[in-house]
Ligand binder design. Structure first.
Ligand code: NI
Length: 172
């Protein structure tokens, strides 16, 4: 069984051991090491955890798994979700727009901290789906930002290291 008790919560930078894990690059997923059902369950679990935490993206290392995979879905204005749900294994950015855009980001693994990060406006990503099939996805705008934030996670990079104005906002 892939999902253990320690994978039922979001790991955060508030805990030194978890922070160390979050700032290490993750391992590529070798599809020979897992069966289809395990990876299906993993994606479902990550989706459930993302929704429960009201996040728009979640990487496997954020739940303590050393695997290169993230899930993402955009939120709508009413706190629900819109558009397509993505689960991308072994993602790699193969091209990105020259133009960048600044916006404020937060992260489930850095609770209550927000800061401005500059991201490429659009990117093209290659990777694999949960069945190991090669996929290519072009994303722009907020979804491109989410993808870049998650791919950074999988490379051990938290958004706070890319933001000059990240600061803690007290919970209302
Ligand atoms: Ni994050």
């Amino acid at each position: 069984m892939l999902i253990k008790k320690e994978n039922q919560k979001i790991w955060t930078a508030n805990n030194p051991k978890e922070e160390e894990f979050l700032t290490q690059p993750t391992k590529l997923v070798d599809f020979d090491d897992f069966n289809k059902k395990e990876l299906q369950e993993l994606v479902l679990h990550m989706r459930t955890m993302m929704i429960a935490s009201r996040g728009v993206g979640l990487s496997a290392n954020q739940i303590g798994l050393d695997m290169k995979v993230f899930v993402a879905q955009e939120a709508d204005e009413d706190g629900g979700y819109k558009g397509k749900f993505y689960a991308v294994f072994n993602p790699e950015i193969i091209s990105s727009s020259k133009s960048e855009e600044e916006d404020v980001e937060g992260c489930l693994s850095v609770p209550n901290v927000y800061g401005t990060v500059s991201r490429n406006k659009s990117i093209k990503v290659k990777g694999q789906d949960k069945n190991g099939r090669e996929i290519e996805i072009s994303v722009k705008g907020h979804l491109a930002r989410i993808f870049q934030h998650e791919i950074d996670h999988l490379n051990g990079i938290l958004f706070t290291s890319k933001s000059e104005d990240a600061k803690k906002i007290d919970e209302l």
